[in-house]
Design a protein around this ligand. Structure first.
Ligand SMILES: [Fe+2]
Ligand SMILES: [Fe+2]
Length: 148
């Protein structure tokens, strides 16, 4: 059963970033049936490793996009990403020491944060995405010596 269903109103208006967000939600949906169970360490480990990959790729791409479209609060947004990554890193260190974090902790700690972040903070840069100059147009105007 899908716990967190993707809906179109979660979209930030850019396919790549939406795809990353959906992958992150998929990880949380994989964790949900593991809540309160025991003996599922391998599955929890696998979800955390996948989540770490997605989070790393996604945060750096989102930060690149925010700077490219001139989103003024990108630094503040990046600080939130950094705090999140610290949490993921600590969990990874625990795994490295053979301690598998409980599914509850992952789901509530990481899950709540990520869902709130995607639905709240990420959608704040949408208006800037909508009026950003497409890269190809900017390139053409630069080549023709016209301001943009
Ligand atoms: Fe995001
Ligand atoms: Fe973000």
């Amino acid at each position: 059963m899908t716990f967190i269903e993707w809906t179109n109103d979660m979209s930030v208006g850019r396919a790549t970033l939406d795809h990353h967000h959906r992958m992150i939600l998929d990880c949380l949906n994989r964790l949900h049936p593991l809540l309160g169970t025991t003996g599922q360490d391998d599955e929890i480990r696998s979800v955390l490793e996948t989540l770490e990959d997605f989070v790393l790729v996604h945060f750096s791409e989102e930060e690149r996009v925010m700077r490219a479209i001139g989103y003024p609060d990108w630094r503040q947004h990046k600080l939130q990403h950094d705090a999140m990554y610290d949490m993921v890193f600590e969990l990874k260190v625990e795994l490295g020491h053979g301690r598998v974090p409980a599914a509850e902790r992952l789901f509530t700690g990481l899950g709540d944060w990520l869902v709130r972040h995607i639905l709240g903070e990420d959608r704040k840069y949408m208006p800037y995405l909508e009026c950003a100059v497409p890269a190809a147009v900017a390139e053409w105007q630069r080549a023709n010596g016209r301001p943009y």
